[in-house]
Write a protein that binds this ligand. Structure first.
Ligand code: ACM
Ligand code: ZN
Length: 566
């Protein structure tokens, strides 16, 4: 319904003004009405409510700085300016209002996130040069507009895998800048995996001395081939705190992930006594899933986890800590083949103690035991856990939040159990998949799925959910795994513009989504990316050339087309 309102408003205003009105803000604000006329920001007078807290003031001053640089004109700070930033305690923390007339531009919010989003909306209404560092022509005018805006979901995330490839602090901040521009508010930072441990832990120095470095890296998609180039890196605690603060200033909470009890080979290489066999282990050079996992029956792993999370929670103030839980039992040829826990005296003793009968379900119940212990360790530190949807395969009670990645079933099951869920179904939100079926023209990606921006946009988190799910679905997240991404340009290319589509899913009400409107705004986003100096996929519309070049995996492609066209 709302989209007709937007179009009608834009059309009406355009007719009144006698020229086309353009409004290309992504994500589309909840309520917008565009009026006749405009307001010039260049060198205008500005007043800032002295009730603004320090963080909100910082956000406003960053906007002012960007405007002054781009327009080449200083703003004049006065008692009652034409551009006014006002604290309005009646607005929710993530809500803001913008009212622009020919005489005034009023910006109201009650807290940091509202001011951050208001400033980002202002920037998107201006020429994209405001995202750059040089003076530009403008025009530095806002359309006369009334906006009252707030997000549909409180959790709008991006997951960045820093384990398979390591991203510098500078590059991570670039990702954060891109997130902030599109009002994303959670960075889920995947800091540990089989191929590298990236977070300095002072109690366990070998995690980074040994675990942060691998002796080589898989070449292409062939698991039997790797180079012999030592690869790695890690973030010091000072660097991590710096990134946490940088993100927080932009309204973004960082949720660290320590993936356990699987995906732990880098840690096992440093401390082999934490594994069932005692090793030796080697930081993994190839992708895929490792067989080796933490020894659930060894009390030492719980001390290790406790001490690691002591430091993790000291660095990251987030309400949630992600504890992984995915793919603990992979790495085997057949599902029935044993996992390390099946043959380990300590794990077998644990199963006897817990009265867990041998069989396939036993491993899920042991994982459940590990998850509950970790949940308790973190609860004692005042934190809640998020886990990948495998944590539901035992008998986990409500309290944990489930991240649904193997489709949407995990989210549906969580909701049915009265547990919170974050939706990141791989088919729609795994932005490490190809963006177009022309695989030969794309950088190498994982698997052979095709996930163009339009398909990301088409995801509706409430589809298939049981009644009352609104109370449990916290939001959405796109995941950027980096096995096949080794350069900053590659990382940005995979992220953008698909992250913008994820941002709309998280922000805009279902009935206000409109791919044609979104698509029409993408060109402005491309100008923004250019001004920010970030790479992106220009040919992201996905089906370009589809009828000319056959895809390699026709099954995947047929599946994609059937879904797309239904
Ligand atoms: C995952 O993609 N293994 C969570
Ligand atoms: Zn064991």
């Amino acid at each position: 319904m709302k989209k007709f309102f937007y179009l009608a408003a834009a059309f009406l205003a355009a007719a009144c003004a006698g020229k086309p009105q353009e409004f290309h803000v992504i994500p589309m604000p909840a309520d917008v009405s565009i009026n006749e006329g405009s307001f010039s920001l260049k060198g205008t007078s500005i007043s800032i409510d002295d009730q603004l807290d320090e963080a909100s003031l910082g956000a406003v001053l960053r906007f002012v700085d960007a405007l002054e640089t781009a327009s080449g004109a200083q703003l004049r700070l006065v008692e009652d300016g034409a551009l006014r930033f006002i604290v309005n305690p009646n607005l929710a923390a993530e809500q803001y209002a913008i009212n622009v007339t020919k005489e005034h531009a009023d910006v109201e919010a009650s807290a940091l996130n509202g001011f951050v989003y208001a400033c980002e909306t202002l920037k998107q209404m201006l020429p994209a040069a405001i995202y750059g560092n040089v003076k530009a022509k403008g025009p530095w005018v806002l359309p006369c507009v009334s906006i009252l805006d707030q997000p549909r979901f409180g959790y709008r995330g991006v997951m960045l895998d820093a384990a398979r490839h390591f991203w510098s602090v500078e590059e991570t901040k670039k990702v954060i800048d891109a997130m902030a521009a599109f009002k994303m508010n959670r960075l889920h930072w995947h800091l540990t995996d089989d191929q590298g441990w990236r977070i300095e832990i002072k109690a366990y120095p070998k995690l980074t001395e040994v675990g942060a470095w691998r002796a080589g890296t898989q070449i292409g998609k062939d698991q039997s081939q790797w180079d012999d180039v030592r690869y790695g890196g890690f973030y010091t605690q000072d660097e991590l705190r710096d990134v946490v603060a940088y993100a927080a200033e932009r309204g973004i909470t960082i949720i660290p992930e320590i993936d356990l009890p699987g995906h732990m080979v880098a840690a096992l290489s440093a401390y082999p006594e934490l594994g069932c066999t005692g090793g030796p282990y080697e930081v993994r050079k190839i992708w895929g899933i490792a067989l080796d996992i933490l020894c659930a029956g060894n009390e030492e792993i719980y001390t290790f986890i406790d001490k690691v999370f002591d430091e993790v929670t000291d660095i990251f103030p987030s309400e949630y800590v992600h504890v992984g839980g995915d793919e603990c039992f992979g790495g085997r040829r057949h599902k029935m083949d044993p996992v390390p826990w099946d043959n380990c005296p300590k794990c077998k003793a644990l199963m006897r103690k817990l009265h867990i009968k041998p069989g396939l379900q036993a491993r899920h119940l042991v994982q459940d035991y590990v998850t509950r212990r970790v949940q308790k360790i973190l609860a004692d530190k005042g934190r809640k856990i998020i886990g990948w949807d495998e944590i539901l395969e035992g008998n986990l009670e409500p309290g944990a939040t489930v991240m649904s990645w193997r489709g949407t079933a995990g989210g549906e099951k969580a909701v049915a159990k009265g547990m919170n869920a974050i939706m990141s179904p791989n088919k729609y939100l795994y932005i490490d998949y190809y963006q177009s079926p022309e695989f030969d023209k794309e950088p190498m990606c994982i698997g052979s799925r095709v996930l163009p921006v339009e398909k990301v946009y088409g995801y509706e988190p409430m589809n298939g959910m049981p009644e009352g799910a609104e109370d449990y679905i916290l939001g959405v997240q796109c995941n950027l795994w980096t096995e096949y991404i080794g350069t900053n340009e590659g990382l940005e290319y995979m992220l953008l513009p698909r992250m913008c589509a994820a941002a709309e899913i998280g922000w805009v009400e279902a009935d206000a989504k409109d791919y044609a409107r979104f698509d029409a705004s993408l060109d402005h986003s491309f100008e923004i990316f250019d001004a920010m100096g970030v790479n992106y996929c220009l040919d992201c519309r996905g089906l370009i050339g589809l009828d000319r070049v056959p895809a390699r995996d026709s099954l995947e492609l047929a599946e994609y087309l059937a879904e797309r066209d239904q």
